[in-house]
Ligand binder design. Sequence first.
Ligand code: GLA
Length: 331
Amino acid sequence: MSFTSTLTRLTLGASLALGAFGSVQAANEDVKMGFIVKKPEQAWFINEQRAATELGEEMGFEVVRLAGEDGQQVLSAIDNLNSQGAQGFVICPPDVRLGPAIMNRANQYGMKVVTVDDRFVGSDGEPIEEVPHLGMSGYKIGQQVGEAIAAEMEARGWDPQEVAALRITNYELPTAKERTDGATDALLSWGFPEANILDAPQQNTDTSSAFSAASPVISKNGDFEHWVIYALNEESVLGGVRASEQYGLKAEDVIGVGINGSGAAFAEFSRENPTGFHGTVAVSSTMHGRQTAEDLYAWITEGEQPPANTETSGTLMTRDNWQEVRAELGL
Ligand code: GLA
């Protein structure tokens, strides 16, 4: 902790100690929590960590932002938090199957854990219910993606029989599967032909892994002139859109719809000319960051365990309304 922030905390503690709730508040000045994310360079996670930190500044607790890009890094982050005296952490794990190992380490130190975005699974492949979680309602948000794609195909007057759907999948991550399943079901119930859905399994959840997954699928299916693209998040849809451009497909021949509504989408919507990235279902990463930090804080200070599973919803954001939706969601 820096000298200035120590000073601020001492001043805050002293002034609170004079108030009616002096003794309770005095304990709070020591609250410190980690916020560990799997992809610290992604706009979604940058915003989530920023929002948690700001809440801490408002409420008088400290948030330590850490990267956990693999199991080793997560375990060192937990050791590091323990040596700094943190009482718990919020985490979006790099692999949900690390849940038991992460909980082992956290329990050794008596730390409280809340997951955000990606929920731990146990050795039985089921979610670890004892760890409170907040994340997207993956299937419903996926359906919104599928509906948005269908509406845009209709608007462009496309014949679905002649359209290929590039489904960039990640079946290792349950929320990712729920999202692409939701989108697929919405497309099928609208009348999209199942045989035209082409899978591109990605190794990761970022743009470059999606680009690598999408490229061979587009190249092998050059007969299709019209493409729709969906995935677990907008970073991956952008990877698919960049691959489509590489193969000479034009913006008007591609409808990509993502999920997140973060800086990656804002940058795309701000380009002078539209691209194949038609829209994204935006969810408030600000709310995800603030709410999980607030829940963990209440658990640490009042012993109140957060709800087992909180599911958040989304709003379609396109080039036409992105600034309004951004403001509405506090992004
Ligand atoms: C996963 C994805 C992220 C983001 C979050 C939101 O972690 O990899 O891009 O969509 O879910 O819950």
